[in-house]
Design a protein around this ligand. Structure first.
Ligand code: ZN
Length: 113
């Protein structure tokens, strides 16, 4: 278990719920990119919550099935779903990564020709 301290209250976070689902969003927060399993932690003083303890890999990624229905089913069964919305910074990082991979691919294709 990770140890985490609330910097405002100077006390340790407590596990609030083991096993929550995180929907990682993409495409301007319109679609789910991946679903992760993690734990919810809470500061016993101010009540701020954080999600931590992610697995190494997501449960499912967008190319492996309909994640929107998966999330809907989890909610129906009373599961906790937390959204990891795409920030402007993360979007920039993703685009830069994609551009770099694309350039590598083009370079490889040109060498083959
Ligand atoms: Zn606190």
């Amino acid at each position: 278990m990770p140890k985490m301290i609330c910097t405002k209250c100077q006390v340790g976070f407590r596990p609030e719920k083991n096993g929550v689902f995180v929907a990682e969003m993409f495409e301007d927060n319109q679609k789910i990119y991946a679903v992760w399993h993690a734990d919810l932690w809470k500061c016993p003083v101010c009540g701020i919550e954080v999600v931590a303890g992610f697995g190494n890999n997501p449960i499912k990624e967008h190319y492996q099935g309909d994640l929107e229905s998966m999330i809907a089913k989890i909610k129906e069964k009373g599961g906790t779903v937390i959204y990891d919305r795409e920030s402007a910074m993360r979007k920039r990082e993703f685009n830069e990564h994609f551009e770099k991979e694309w350039r590598k691919f083009i370079h490889y294709e040109n060498q083959r020709a």
